[in-house]
Write a protein that binds this ligand. Structure first.
Ligand SMILES: Cc1cc2nc3c(=O)[nH]c(=O)nc-3n(C[C@H](O)[C@H](O)[C@H](O)COP(=O)(O)O)c2cc1C
Length: 436
């Protein structure tokens, strides 16, 4: 395969061998139940956090939010990794980002209950639901326009202007907010919390803050302090039946030369990420969800695409191989952690076979589906039934969901496979015919 652009048109088997990725016809490993901390996921299929920017102004789930999770639940994953939920109002990525508070906990609790009920009524095993707790840092837009709160100066990321660099005292408060949010999440019925440390948001930004003075900058132990303290704090206040996780960037990408996990040659250097994962495990974390890149700056690293806003400097399949390889490296370095791999959607109908081959070999524990989950929410059921992924339903990696997300007020979803709801939104906001 030259550039992988026709990947989604290939048959699963042909794709597996043409890509150089391992491939197994036997997808049974994806259906095994797995213990994570004090709880167990009924399968190894994870629906990744997929923000819809469609909450109510007070941060409660809105109509489209509830619809998304109902579709996910009916689709039968082992883990519904619930999208980014802001822990501080000024750290919201958009005015409709979800935010869990004492006031709206009832709305979240109802939604978690509905996810579990819908799954069971649809004939699936009850999934775990893990909430992603976030502070959007330099990508904060609580009122719809940028109000960046960075952990460090990073000129390469600051074309639009200088961010405010937050103080150590502010970061102390972020840590407290993460712990408080996890306690609320457990009360709301979530099975676990993810201390989000990826994609350039605040905790991810901090991991690369080598030039920052003070308690949270400079040496590795300072840059990782907030994440590790948050995990320890959550462990201290939440029960043993509550999973603690982190969605972690193990490589920011060569486009961010001073980024986390970036070696001198621009290639991944997993030394610090693996050390951090070992410390995370020691601090009481159960799961690491491995991801890479910055969706605002080098989205081809984060979500390898077939078409997008620019021509990526590499074949998308190379991006997929990098993410899956990164997950395998982390698992090898810290076997005690359960590891989720990201970036599978570009593999289309071949993704289950590729994930099964990695998982069958013990390379990582969970197969994460991001864009695929919104395009084809029934993919987990179709894998479980033995039918396999239907090539007519798979995500085309056309980037239209991301395009909607970048528009003010945009509520992303799949323009192609869920056209009844999202094509009109796409046409209105992006002014284009979504079929092209
Ligand atoms: C519309 C959209 C919303 C997303 N929301 C989140 C989010 O809330 N939290 C997160 O960690 N990643 C988020 N992501 C990234 C995905 O979870 C995933 O890492 C990425 O799409 C690559 O995986 P895939 O190839 O399976 O799509 C989002 C991606 C898209 C396209």
């Amino acid at each position: 395969m030259k550039n992988g652009k026709n990947a989604v048109c290939r048959s699963a088997e042909e794709f597996g061998s043409a890509s150089g990725l391992p491939f197994s016809r036997d997808t049974a490993p994806l259906l095994e139940s797995v213990a994570a901390g004090g709880i167990a996921a009924p399968s190894r299929i994870v629906y990744q956090p997929m923000e819809g920017c469609d909450g109510d102004p007070d941060g409660s789930p809105g109509e489209l939010t509830v619809r998304r999770y109902s579709r996910f639940a009916a689709g039968g994953p082992g883990i519904v990794w619930f999208e980014a939920v802001a822990v501080m109002p000024e750290g919201r990525a958009n005015p409709r980002q979800l935010s869990l508070t004492e006031k709206n906990i009832g709305r979240f609790s109802r939604l978690v209950g509905e996810i579990k009920e819908t799954a069971v009524k649809s004939g699936n095993r009850e999934p775990l639901v893990i909430m992603q707790a976030t502070h959007s840092g330099r990508y904060s837009k609580p009122r719809g326009t940028p109000e960046p709160l960075a952990a460090r100066r990073a000129p390469v990321l600051e074309a639009a202007g200088e961010p405010t660099v937050v103080t150590d005292e502010y970061l102390d408060r972020v840590g407290e907010a993460l712990v408080a949010s996890a306690a609320l999440a457990e009360r709301a019925g979530f099975d676990g919390v993810d201390v989000k440390s990826c994609h350039g948001y605040l905790l991810s930004d901090l991991l690369a803050a080598r030039d920052r003075p003070g308690r949270y900058g400079g040496p590795f132990e300072n840059r990782t302090r907030l994440l590790l303290d948050a995990v320890r704090g959550i462990r201290a206040v939440c029960s043993g039946r509550f999973a603690v996780a982190s969605r972690l960037n193990v490589y920011d990408g060569r486009e961010i030369p001073d980024g986390f996990g970036v070696g001198k040659d621009g290639e991944p250097d997993f030394d610090e990420p693996a050390r951090l994962c070992s410390l995370l495990s020691g601090a009481g974390a159960d799961i690491v969800n491995v991801t890479m890149g910055n969706p605002y700056f080098n989205p081809h690293v984060n979500r390898p695409f077939a078409s997008g806003s620019y021509d990526p400097p590499e074949a998308p399949i190379d991006g997929v191989r990098r993410i899956l390889g990164g997950a395998a490296e982390i698992k090898k370095a810290v076997p005690a952690l359960k590891v989720v791999a990201s970036g599978l959607s570009f593999l289309g109908a071949a993704a289950p076979g590729v994930a099964a081959a990695y998982i069958g070999a013990g390379a990582f524990d969970f197969a994460g589906f991001g864009r695929e989950a919104i395009a084809y929410p029934d993919i987990a059921r179709d894998i479980a039934s033995g039918r396999g992924a239907d090539p007519a339903k798979i995500c085309l990696c056309c980037s239209k969901c991301t395009e909607i997300m970048r528009k003010p007020g945009g509520t992303p979803g799949c323009v192609v496979r869920d056209a009844g709801v999202y094509l009109p939104i796409y046409k209105k906001l992006c002014g284009k015919d979504g079929q092209k």
